[in-house]
Design a protein. Structure first.
Length: 146
């Protein structure tokens, strides 16, 4: 969903950006706006380039997790959520239904997308060092019989 960027020096007032962003970028963004160097420990990019240029991209996709209960990956159009302990997954077309009301995970037409997003989720877990091994849980693989 579009978010209104704060106005300020070099940041146009009243404009919106329809782009993926992550709350973890707040530190780098605030630091850049204040002219403070971003510490090396900050892993997320500043959103200032996005504020200044509507064509800029902060993230092509985002990875989220909540304890051992949930893992998700989202791109500009879709979101896959996996609930490891429940052996459940959900797939939403967030560009068409931002309130995530229509689960597409069992649609035959979405099997390839769900499988690709699941593989990307596992890849992103490895990239960020998230140690929860989804293979240890009874999660039906997208595209397999549930």
């Amino acid at each position: 969903m579009p978010r209104r960027a704060p106005a300020g020096p070099g940041v146009p007032a009243g404009e919106r950006r329809d782009a993926l962003c992550c709350q973890h970028s707040a530190c780098a963004t605030a630091g850049e706006l204040l002219g403070v160097a971003t510490p090396a420990s900050v892993e997320f990019p500043s959103l200032v380039p996005l504020m200044r240029d509507a064509s800029a991209v902060a993230h092509a996709e985002t990875f989220c997790c909540y304890r051992d209960f949930q893992r998700s990956v989202r791109d500009t159009d879709h979101k896959l959520i996996v609930y490891p302990h429940l052996g459940r997954r959900q797939l939403f077309h967030v560009a068409q239904g931002p309130w995530e009301m229509h689960d597409l995970s069992e649609d035959a037409d979405q099997r390839a997308r769900a499988a690709a997003m699941f593989d990307r989720l596992v890849g992103l877990q490895a990239e960020v060092g998230n140690g929860l091994n989804l293979a240890e849980f009874p999660i039906p693989r997208p595209g397999a019989a549930s």
